[in-house]
Structures are given as structure tokens and as C-alpha cells.
Design a protein around this ligand. Structure first.
Ligand SMILES: *Cc1c(COP(=O)(O)O)cnc(C)c1O
Length: 401
């Protein structure tokens, strides 16, 4: 069967050049970068070259890049490290209600440690209001953390404006840019970003490797104690294959960014246009313009995203949904609810995230099978297309949580 991958926001396929390099550093080039001998020296050089490449992708200096085990670790480090190092200065953190759980659950942990956290609301397009950021700042505020682009609906936040406010007030600004790095131009100086999270597997690099950018001079605790790796900030023998792979992925992303944005955006526009023309009773989730080039997210009224997902999977199409009735969590996406969607509309959401390997033929194939699936599910749905009480009807499989 034809297999189509439309789930690049969950993870991307590893670039073949990256994979080749990773293998090389798992076999021939196995040295420990801390070793003095030639085996160590050759990989030390490669790790530092990778650092240069990651830095170049976001306009940073190499010594401001610290390798981590991925996005989650970098998010944890940024928040806990800043909180612990600046506790005397204040105990207040500002974030948004639509962050990834790596941020939200870390904030909840910090609240238990005595910190106070403000979760900014978002508008119907999932955007934070810059005035709200200003309003919530107190003399206790030590950190603002707002994601660059949302992983579910693709909305891009007013990062430059928030960075400006943070700088004026002398408050550190962190952004979880996992969805944006490698896909969208980012310059940490232009945006006044003090800390930035990125992850290799979201831009065609390996899993289990990422980085935290820490602007020179920022007061932050080290992530863990041990050896002197990462300038004593993140102890432990480096994940050399992962780091070298991440560097390669960064280099490729920088080189092809413009071309890739154009390619992915054209496919996205075609898919949005096709779905809008072919399927009635739908709602585009996320900002119509200020969104990631590859993100498509719709709610299909009267159907559940989970059913859509399973039926698309039977046709070989891999997508994702903001509802998870059958996967253990009864709650629909916190992102969609924050945007003001009802539980029912949130349950009908489907995310199709496109990437560099996708083709027009794949979009055509999706536009051929998706309308049939939606029509069939609607004809079977207890919610029933044309039901006048969609707003108050419970979700059929989880009772409207
Ligand atoms: C994927 C993702 C993460 C987590 O990154 P991992 O490398 O999987 O730990 C964090 N934030 C956002 C926005 C993400 O999309």
C-alpha cells in the first residue's frame, strides 16, 4: 500500500546524509571527545564543528550552544535552571497556556517548589496578546517563556515583541522553538531571545539530541553534576553520533531553508484549499497566515479526530489528532480548548504536518480519500451532520470530556 507521512510535527524522517554520518560516529569514529589521543581529538573537533553549525542556524555564538538529550531536557533545564539561579531576585514566571507539556509540567513542578506561574491566555487563533505579557509582569518576574510556534496548530507567536518587552524590563526570555528551528528563519539577537530550545528529530536530525541556547551572561544553574563536559554546564560523555547528526541537520536546514519553505507552503496551501472546497462543516484551527509553513489543522464537525486518524491510517496516511479518546487521555487538546473550541469541535480535529519529502501527488491522494472518510463517518455518527445541537452534544466515545 501507498504510505504517506503527514506527521512531521511529531517527528521527521532522518536525512540520509545525517544517517550516514551518525553511523560513521557509531563505528569508526568512536572516541571520547575528552580523550587526549587522536581518537578523542578527531571527535572533539567534530563536536565543535557541530556546535558551530547549530549556532549559525539561529544566529548565536558557538559557546552559547549546549547539547542536551532533546527538547524536553532543554525546556526543563531552561526553566528549572533559571528559577534556581534567580530565586533571590524573584519567584514569578510567565508562560502561555498552549505550551508543550515539557514546559507546562515543568511549570507545575516549579509551582510545587514555591514559584508562582502565570499562564497567558491566547486568542481564537492561538496567539498570545503582547499587552497581556506587559500586564502580568511584576517586580518578582524572572522569566518569560513563550513558544516560537505551536506544535498542534502551527501558530507563530509575537516573539520579537515579547523579546523587546523582556529586554526593556530586564527579564530573561526563553522560547521553546522546537517546531520552528530548521523550518523558519530565527535570529536570537534580532528577537532578543536569551534562551532557546531546539530538538534534532523535528528537523531531519536524530532523536535523543537537542540543544539549549544560553545567551552569554545569563545566570543559570548547570543541568546536572559530574564531569566537565559542555563547559561544566551539562555533565556526561557527549552523545557524539547524535551531536554530529544534529550539526549536519542544522547545516542542511540553513542551506535549503528558503527553497523548503516555498515547497512545503505550496503543498500546505493546496491541501487547505482542497479540504475547504471539498468538505463542508469544517474549521481551520490556528492563525490563517501567521502559521508554520507545513501545518494544516482542521476540525471536522460531527466526527472524531481519532476515527479520522484510524481511517486515514488504513489508507496509508499518517496524521495526528488533538483528541485522544482511545489513547488513555480523555481530555481533548489543551491548545484547542485554550483557543475557545468546544470539546466537541476540539474532538474533531486533525493535524496534517507536511515536510520536505512530501509531493503534490500525496496531497492529491489525501484530497481523494479524506472527503470520502469524513462523509462515511458523518453518515454513521450519532452526532449526525445537521444536528442542531452540536455545541452541546457529548462526544460519543468519552461523554464529552
Ligand atoms: C517535540 C517537542 C518538544 C519535545 O522535544 P523532544 O526532543 O521530543 O523531547 C518540546 N516542545 C515542542 C514544541 C515540541 O514540538
Amino acid at each position: 500500500m501507498k504510505r504517506v507521512y503527514f506527521d512531521h510535527s511529531a517527528t521527521t524522517p532522518v536525512d540520509s546524509e545525517v544517517a550516514k554520518l551518525v553511523l560513521e560516529y557509531m563505528t569508526d569514529k568512536f572516541g571520547n571527545p575528552s580523550s587526549i589521543h587522536s581518537f578523542g581529538r578527531e571527535v572533539r573537533k567534530s563536536v565543535e564543528e557541530a556546535r558551530d553549525k547549530v549556532a549559525a542556524l539561529i544566529g548565536a555564538q558557538a559557546k552559547e550552544i549546549f547539547f542536551t538529550s532533546g527538547g524536553t531536557e532543554a525546556d526543563n533545564w531552561a526553566l528549572k535552571g533559571i528559577a534556581a539561579a534567580n530565586r533571590k531576585k524573584g519567584n514569578h514566571i510567565i508562560t502561555s497556556s498552549i505550551e508543550h507539556h515539557a514546559i507546562l509540567h515543568t511549570c507545575e513542578y516549579l509551582e510545587k517548589q514555591g514559584f508562582s506561574v502565570t499562564y497567558l491566555p491566547v486568542d481564537e487563533n492561538a496567539r498570545v496578546n503582547v499587552e497581556d505579557v506587559k500586564k502580568e509582569i511584576t517586580d518578582q518576574t524572572i522569566l518569560i517563556s513563550v513558544m516560537f510556534a505551536n506544535n498542534e496548530v502551527g501558530t507563530i507567536q509575537p516573539i520579537k515583541e515579547i523579546g523587546k518587552i523582556a529586554k526593556e524590563k530586564g527579564i530573561y526570555f526563553h522560547t521553546d522553538a522546537v517546531q520552528a528551528v530548521g523550518h523558519y528563519p530565527i535570529d536570537v539577537n534580532e528577537y532578543n531571545i536569551d534562551l532557546l530550545t531546539l530538538a534534532g528529530h523535528k528537523f531531519y536530525g536524530p532523536k535523543g539530541v537537542g540543544a539549549l541556547y544560553i545567551r552569554r551572561g545569563v545566570k543559570i544553574n548547570s543541568f546536572q553534576q559530574g564531569g566537565a563536559q559542555e563547559r561544566t554546564m551539562r555533565a556526561g560523555t557527549e552523545n557524539v553520533p547524535g551531536i554530529v547528526g544534529l550539526g549536519k541537520a542544522a547545516e542542511i536546514a540553513k542551506l535549503n531553508m528558503e527553497k523548503e519553505i516555498a515547497h512545503v507552503k505550496a503543498l500546505k496551501d493546496k491541501l487547505i484549499k482542497g479540504i475547504t472546497e471539498k468538505i463542508p462543516d469544517i474549521k481551520l484551527n490556528g492563525h490563517p497566515e501567521l502559521r508554520m509553513p507545513g501545518n494544516v489543522n482542521f476540525s471536522f464537525l460531527y466526527v472524531e479526530g481519532e476515527s479520522l486518524l484510524l481511517n486515514l491510517d488504513l489508507k496509508g496516511i499518517a496524521a495526528s489528532s488533538g483528541s485522544a479518546c482511545t489513547s488513555g487521555s480523555l481530555d481533548p487538546s489543551h491548545v484547542l480548548l485554550s483557543m475557545g473550541l468546544t470539546h466537541e469541535v476540539a474532538h474533531g480535529s486533525l493535524r496534517l504536518s507536511l515536510g520536505r519529502g512530501n509531493t503534490e501527488e500525496e496531497i492529491d491522494y489525501c484530497l481523494e480519500v479524506l472527503p470520502e472518510i469524513v462523509a462515511r463517518l458523518r453518515s454513521m455518527s450519532p452526532l449526525g451532520a445537521g444536528s442542531s445541537t452540536i455545541e452541546s452534544n457529548p462526544c460519543s466515545s468519552c461523554g464529552g470530556h
